[in-house]
Design a protein around this ligand. Structure first.
Ligand SMILES: NC(=O)C1=CN([C@@H]2O[C@H](COP(=O)(O)OP(=O)(O)OC[C@H]3O[C@@H](n4cnc5c(N)ncnc54)[C@H](O)[C@@H]3O)[C@@H](O)[C@H]2O)C=CC1
Ligand SMILES: O=C(O)[C@@H]1CCC=N1
Length: 271
């Protein structure tokens, strides 16, 4: 199975906001024909309307894939639109944080193949990472299909149990926001040291992007790469002594940040 299957059978996207839009942008950029995509969204964005996909039109009877990308809080309103498609062959993939597989089984029928996924917005540029887990009715072929689709916009990881999804959401689902905030903070700090806002932002953005690319491509671990930047008694060491402080620095802050996001995911599961 490959992307041709999706192009041939069709992809229905329920909700096309920031996450659904990021994935759709990645798929369209990588050659998925707009004529194979049907979107249901009461507020289609200007970008969506410019893509040539079918918006709020008649849906195919048995699309290959239905991707559910509405907010967990909107799920109750949104799911009835899909009930008639639960004919056993259509594969449902949900990217909603917190919403458990059992909620989809209840809404779509216990025999529907359902995959729960946690992507992230770098999918828009083909650099996302998505973790997936299927229900008992998702065949290995359907997991392969989901993996193929999601690999078109980045890496894919298969989870061993659904409980891992809360921590995954705290690390990689929400993670891009932490990194974007780090760029904002570095730029602000550069301004405080006398740089213009434009120069400070350019330096911060390029540094985070370059360090990310190096961390991914280099054979050294992130730890080794950090040590390579740190001359004994130099500038980096002075900076890292603040950032790496066990109590007040990034380790404790990141532990609390990821913990809060994972806890929120657990809360969403409980309604
Ligand atoms: N934004 C992100 O970085 C990530 C989001 N997610 C998940 O993706 C889902 C969507 O999040 P976002 O895209 O950020 O939210 P969003 O608010 O940008 O998009 C939701 C879209 O759903 C549409 N919508 C509302 N009611 C609807 C209905 N009844 N039928 C069809 N469409 C409806 C809205 O018009 C909107 O375009 C959430 O469940 C979230 O947990 C998962 C991973 C990352
Ligand atoms: O903030 C949220 O709830 C969603 C899930 C992961 C990223 N955005």
């Amino acid at each position: 199975m490959d992307m041709d299957f999706v192009a041939e059978k069709g992809l229905v996207l329920l909700g096309c906001g920031k996450m659904g839009g990021a994935m759709l942008e990645g798929w369209l950029d990588r050659g998925l024909p707009p004529s194979s995509v049907w979107v249901i969204d009461p507020k289609p964005s200007d970008w969506l309307q410019s893509t040539g996909v079918t918006i709020n039109g008649d849906l195919p009877e048995a699309p290959g894939i239905v991707l559910i990308a509405v907010k967990p809080q909107m799920m109750g309103d949104a799911l009835p639109a899909l009930k008639d498609m639960g004919n056993g062959t259509t594969l449902f993939i949900s990217v909603a944080a917190g919403t458990p597989i059992s909620a989809f089984e209840e809404a779509l029928g216990a025999h529907s193949p359902i995959i729960r996924a946690m992507p992230n917005t770098p999918a828009a540029v083909g650099r996302g990472i998505t973790s997936i887990i299927g229900n008992a009715h998702a065949s290995s072929g359907q997991l392969d299909l989901a993996e193929t689709l999601l690999k078109a916009v980045g890496q894919v990881v298969r989870l061993e149990n659904e409980d891992q999804m809360d921590a995954v959401t705290g690390v990689s689902g929400s993670g891009p926001a932490y990194v974007f905030h780090m760029i904002e903070c570095m730029a602000k700090a550069g301004e405080a040291e006398g740089l213009s806002p434009e120069l400070a932002m350019q330096l911060a953005q390029a540094t985070v992007a370059g360090a990310g690319a190096l961390a991914e491509e280099a054979k050294e671990s992130p730890r080794e790469l950090r040590v390579n930047v740190t001359s004994p008694n130099g500038t980096t060491q002075a900076g890292l002594e603040v950032l790496m402080d066990e109590e007040n620095g990034l380790p404790a802050l990141m532990r609390r940040t990821v913990g809060a996001a994972a806890n929120r995911s657990r809360e969403l599961r409980n309604g």
